[in-house]
Design a protein around this ligand. Structure first.
Ligand code: A2P
Length: 257
């Protein structure tokens, strides 16, 4: 059996000229856990061209959802950005990934740090009731350059807190902190700076990051991952893996090209 399957595009939403999201059909056999990624792509000149894409929908949802950048000369995203409802995409059959609560030791508070399209796996996780059973408080921080890139902001601030089944959990336990670096906004600055200057703790209503009770998931720009890792390690956080859970986990799986 081929390790690839197909799905049909259902909807496409363009957030900015650099960012779009789309939904696609999910065949019942495609199993995944909230927070995982899958190989996704198109047939290009008779061959599959695939990249790792985090799944933005939760494990229980009937449709698949993805968030992608558009790079004008990117081999895949230059083509993907023209997707329309009814188009066929290729999908790997084995979603995988490290942004799973199982890879973290039990803790009180979970920080989800994302830049850009790194938000996608966290959208999946914050829609999953399991997360709220595991952690008393979940803090989702999304860092972008421009306000318009705060994809799903309305969903996170308005729809999710009113969600029929999740609304109460979200209102009580989820804090969403959007931050913008290149134009004035309610919160300005890189995630690393918000940690260093105490702004994050203030906005989260929590003490400074602490390995004893906090857990962290990271997804986004390689530069952010490079800078945040030593900050976490210096504070006593160890990276969790499938073999041994820890205090933080990292995912690099999002399309850059
Ligand atoms: P900045 O505007 O200061 O570069 P990008 O669109 O390049 O992926 O960036 C998404 C967000 O990630 C931007 O707000 C950007 O801030 C921020 N960012 C870039 N590098 C880092 C880093 N090393 N640490 C934290 N945030 C970063």
């Amino acid at each position: 059996m081929s390790n690839l399957t197909t799905a049909r595009v259902l909807t496409v939403d363009h957030w900015t000229d650099r960012l779009f999201s789309f939904t696609a059909t999910r065949e019942p056999g495609l199993r995944f856990r909230s927070g995982q990624f899958v190989m996704l792509g198109l047939q290009v000149e008779g061959k599959p061209l695939l990249r790792a894409y985090s799944i933005a929908s939760a494990a229980y949802e009937d449709q698949l959802e993805f968030l992608s950048i558009k790079v004008p000369d990117g081999p895949l995203t230059s083509r993907l950005q023209h997707l329309a409802p009814g188009d066929e995409i290729l999908l790997g059959r084995k979603p995988t990934g490290t942004l799973l609560p199982d890879l973290l030791l039990p803790g009180k508070r979970l920080y989800l740090f994302a830049t850009g399209t790194g938000l996608a796996p966290f959208l999946s996780l914050v829609k999953d009731p399991e997360l709220y059973e595991r952690f008393e408080q979940v803090v989702l921080v999304h860092g972008v350059r421009h306000i318009a890139e705060l994809a799903y902001r309305q969903f996170l601030t308005e729809e999710l807190p009113r969600h029929e089944l999740l609304g109460e959990l979200v209102q009580a336990q989820l804090r969403y902190i959007p931050t913008v670096t290149r134009e004035p906004f309610q919160t300005n600055g890189r995630i690393t700076d918000l940690i260093a200057n105490g702004k994050l703790a203030e906005l989260a209503g929590a003490p400074a990051l602490h390995a004893a009770e906090d857990r962290v998931m990271l997804c986004g720009s390689p530069a952010m991952l490079t800078d945040l890792r030593p900050i976490l390690e210096a504070a006593g956080f160890n990276e969790g893996s499938h073999n041994e859970p820890g205090e933080f986990v990292v995912e690099r799986a999002f399309a850059e090209r």
